[in-house]
Structures are given as structure tokens and as C-alpha cells.
Design a binder for this molecule. Structure first.
Ligand code: SF4
Length: 97
């Protein structure tokens, strides 16, 4: 059976929105932990496997404060000579896709 390819992305948390509900860490413990006060601490490295991607997207959807987002990680862009470097991050819609 062939698996559908996923677009690599990374999780980000907006600390100004996080209310410390902790739901995200229960849904995606591979990438999200909680600090001493219960606020989300996210492993921002790229997610490129389907299982973790599904959990990460569920965590984004489950956050009642809408503090979590997925940022697409761009594949190595072709740079024009003299062009500024690409940061590699693109915004995706908030919530599951
Ligand atoms: S579910 Fe949302 S508000 Fe709660 S800890 Fe996670 S990011 Fe913060």
C-alpha cells in the first residue's frame, strides 16, 4: 500500500495566546511538552512522518486558545544570485487540513 506524501511542516506556539490547558501535550506528546506552569513548549523541528503529522494536526485543532499552528517547511528553494535567503517557513491555515 502506498502512503500519501505529506508536506513537511513544523509546529509553532504563540505564547501570547497559550492559556496552559495542556490538551496539546496529551494529543501530541512527541512534539509538545509543558513547562513548569503548564504552558506549551513545542519541538519546532520539522514533522515529516505521517503518524506524527496526524497527531500534530489534531493538537492544533484541539487547542481551545488557537495558539498552535503548522508552518509549512519549504523544500530547498532555488535562489537567484543576490536574492536574500529564504527562511523556509510558510503559514498554513489554522486547524486540520
Ligand atoms: S492546548 Fe493550546 S492553550 Fe493549551 S497548552 Fe496547548 S497550546 Fe497552550
Amino acid at each position: 500500500m502506498r502512503r500519501a506524501a505529506i508536506v513537511p511542516f513544523r509546529l509553532v506556539v504563540d505564547g501570547t495566546l497559550c492559556d496552559g490547558h495542556g490538551i496539546c501535550a496529551l494529543v501530541c506528546p512527541e512534539r509538545i511538552g509543558l513547562d513548569d506552569w503548564g504552558y506549551a513548549v513545542v519541538d519546532g523541528s520539522g514533522v515529516d512522518d505521517t503518524r506524527t503529522a496526524a497527531r500534530a494536526r489534531r493538537a492544533v485543532a484541539a487547542c481551545p486558545a488557537r495558539a498552535l499552528s503548522c508552518l509549512e517547511v519549504a523544500r530547498a528553494p532555488e535562489r537567484r544570485r543576490g536574492a536574500p535567503p529564504d527562511t523556509g517557513a510558510r503559514g498554513l491555515a489554522h486547524g486540520p487540513s
